[in-house]
Structures are given as C-alpha cells and as structure tokens.
Design a protein around this ligand. Sequence first.
Ligand SMILES: [Zn+2]
Length: 105
Amino acid sequence: MAKKSREILWEVGCEGHTDAWVVAENWELATVEAAAFWDVPWAKVAARCVCKQRIPGAPRNVCCRCGRVYYGPAPMCGACRETVRTEEYLLQQARRRGYRTGKLA
Ligand SMILES: [Zn+2]
C-alpha cells in the first residue's frame, strides 16, 4: 500500500499568470509550488495568490485538466503539462510586449 497521503489538489490563480495546478499538503505549500511553476520568487506572488479550487483526496492518475487517466507525476498528464507551460510562456511574452509598448502599467 502506498503511504496515506494528505495531499490536496489546488488550483492557484494569480494576476498576470495562468492558473497553476499543484498538489500540496496546505495552502502555503501550494503557493510555493505555484511560484515554482510560474518561475517567480515566492515572496513576490504569495500575497496575490488566490485559491480557485481546493480538492482534497483528488484521484491520482486522473489528469486535473483533461480528466484522462494517465501515468506520471500529479496532477496532470504530460500533454496538459506542456500545454499549461506554453500558455504561461506565451502570457509572459505578451506581458513583456505590453510593458514595452506601455499598454500595461
Ligand atoms: Zn491532461
């Protein structure tokens, strides 16, 4: 038997970033994981993170994004992992362009 897990699946939102899906024991750790996904210092985003979903005991091997059964690390399948990384990358590119042209304050 696998060790009993207290892990919770979180959907973490933050202004200027795509939503991050992370598995963590508590909210603080979830924001740490989310900051790692966004590749930003935790201190910069911690206060702006919002909890969009909290799913205790989420089934393993079921992708949180597309709902397919898969094998690999939680919480999403490889294809979705790639997709969200690309979404985040494109969003950051767009924001950088925005800053340069002065459209975003
Ligand atoms: Zn998926």
